[in-house]
Write a protein that binds this ligand. Structure first.
Ligand code: ATP
Length: 512
């Protein structure tokens, strides 16, 4: 199965098992807007809990807030979003499909990189132990040809980005022969700027000065509450403010399921520090956030840093943590050193003094800020795409299993009476009543035990507990583990601790 097909299967699985539904599906859906179903919301909440605990419980100097989606319109002038939150868009006249010009070029560059890596892999296979990768990359004619092409296009792309030169974007697309994947033609329009903010009106007068925006990031809520939190929380620099909340962007291209949505959720933390110390904090937060990801056990090799060559107007350093999604390595989280750009601009536009008096240096200053910003939905997609497995079993059978990290699984334990009689359902309810205070449990009395196991595998339940006739005599049950499918007999009295050992989120937190 190709990665593309696998992705389609995953999307279908998400719907079939109550993880994600297209929004307003009875009206044929709404592009790039999705609802989370009964299992999806649990996984999503667990991701958020893990992040929230890692930020606010493991750091005494990080507190959380919950600010509103609607903010004073001047917020977005100060943040630069009114003037500069634009993407370059281009339309294909034949397919009528719209694309981000920068993404078309990035994909083109990505394909060249893939070609180079394929050549290197071929070389490695051919030369075996004698393979010298550095020498191969420096001398192989195919690699050199692709590398020259890459460097040329990349240099032009950076220049176009830096100068915000829309014509230059189009020239690159035409010169490289980049075609629309739908129509296969290069019949492109000019490139135009497109502001990504949604707007609405706050009152019903409809006057233009009533216009307000749906926040395109949660960070500004933190900046405008900086003074309140610092004063009321008696926070001393360095300290951080964390927030989880919805953000809205009128994305031009929204074709990658929940990777790019128009309404999505962010988990952002702004860490305020003394000017001049920001690079130290930037590096610490890079390390800290990578550790958080790797702690989930989804393979350190599936993450990489991608340092930004072109910095946003507010940043003096920036990197992305990229994840190996089914469609390649893509941004999962951004870490930015935002200087005093945001607080400084809010100070200027609001006329309120946003300064910190540092008792250690006897100076007042606008704090510098390092931001970590991750999309909940992208994290959800990373977990699900990594967890989804089709396995062949002994005897020709097969199963689909979601090997979701156990503390994040929507249901932690399924309680299954072997038969729906002889007092087994009542006993199963007794076990449920014992476990439900610690774990999210599901009771399932229907169908053969094999079918019930498959149903739980498909939603990633780490444990199934089967109640049978012996249970009635000796108070023992069969516990089946999701990934190994191993079964063992254990006393009911030990169930809680056996399950807890695997699913307790503190196990993850202790690794940080
Ligand atoms: P991209 O380059 O992919 O558009 P970005 O650099 O604009 O992302 P940021 O503004 O840094 O993204 O936002 C921080 C995080 O929010 C991203 O790393 C991503 O996880 C998430 N995010 C941003 N836009 C979306 C979206 N449209 N849908 C889902 N998640 C998003």
């Amino acid at each position: 199965m190709t990665q593309d097909e696998l992705f389609k299967v995953l999307v279908a699985h998400c719907k079939e098992y109550g993880f994600i539904f297209p929004s307003s599906e009875i009206y044929d859906g709404l592009a790039a807007v999705y609802d989370y179903g009964q299992n999806g919301v649990e996984l999503k909440n667990n991701i958020k809990s893990y992040w929230w605990a890692a930020m606010t419980r493991l750091h005494e100097n990080i507190v959380g807030i919950d600010s509103c989606v609607f903010m004073h319109p001047k917020t977005w002038v100060a943040s630069g979003h009114v003037a500069a939150f634009n993407d370059p868009l281009i339309d294909n006249k034949d397919s009528k499909k719209r694309y981000r010009a920068d993404n078309l070029i990035e994909d083109y560059l990505g394909k060249i990189e893939e070609k180079i890596e394929k050549e290197v892999a071929k070389g490695r296979k051919r030369f075996g132990d004698a393979f010298n990768e550095e020498q191969f990359r420096a001398t192989n004619p195919n690699v050199l040809r692709e590398k020259t092409k890459y460097d040329e296009v990349h240099a032009r792309y950076l220049e176009a980005e830096n100068n915000n030169d829309l014509k230059a974007y189009r020239d690159i697309i035409m010169d490289c022969g980049i075609v629309c994947p739908i129509s296969g033609t290069a019949n492109w329009t000019d490139v135009r700027q497109f502001n990504l903010m949604f707007s609405t009106a706050i009152s019903n007068t409809g006057a233009s000065d009533d216009k307000i925006y749906l926040r395109p990031e949660t960070a500004q809520g933190i900046f405008v509450e900086y003074l309140n939190v610092q004063k009321t929380g008696r926070m001393k620099i360095p300290f951080g403010i964390a927030q989880i909340g919805k953000a809205f962007r009128n994305e031009i291209v929204a074709r990658q399921f929940i990777f790019r949505m128009r309404e999505f959720e962010q988990m952002e933390m702004e860490f305020f520090c003394r000017p001049g110390t920001e690079m130290e904090w930037f590096n610490k937060w890079k390390e800290n956030r990578m550790k958080w990801h790797v702690s989930l056990g989804m393979g350190a090799g599936n993450y990489r840093f991608h340092d930004h060559e072109k910095l946003a107007h507010y940043a003096n350093a920036a990197t992305d943590i990229e994840f190996n999604f089914p469609f390649g390595f893509k941004e999962l989280e951004g870490i930015h050193s935002r200087t005093d750009f945001d607080l400084g601009n809010h100070q200027r536009l609001s006329g309120k003094k946003i300064q910190y008096f540092d008792p250690e240096t006897n100076e007042s200053y606008v704090p510098y800020c390092v931001e970590t910003s991750i999309g909940v939905d992208r994290m959800f997609l990373a977990v699900l795409s990594h967890s989804y497995k089709m396995e062949k079993l002994e005897g020709g059978d097969s199963r689909v299993v979601l090997s979701i990290p156990a503390p994040l699984a929507p249901v932690k334990v399924a309680v299954l009476p072997l038969v729906n009689k002889d007092g087994l359902p009542e006993k199963a309810q007794e076990v449920m009543n014992e476990l439900r205070f610690d774990f999210r449990c599901q009771y399932d009395p229907k169908d053969s035990i094999g079918k019930r196991y498959r149903r739980q595998d498909a939603i990633g339940t780490p444990f199934c507990v089967t109640i049978d006739n012996d249970t009635m005599n000796d108070n023992s049950v069969t516990v089946r583990e999701r990934d190994t499918m191993e079964q063992k007999r254990v006393p009911i009295a030990e169930l809680r601790s056996i399950i807890d050992k695997e699913v307790n989120m503190n196990n993850l937190l202790r690794k940080l």
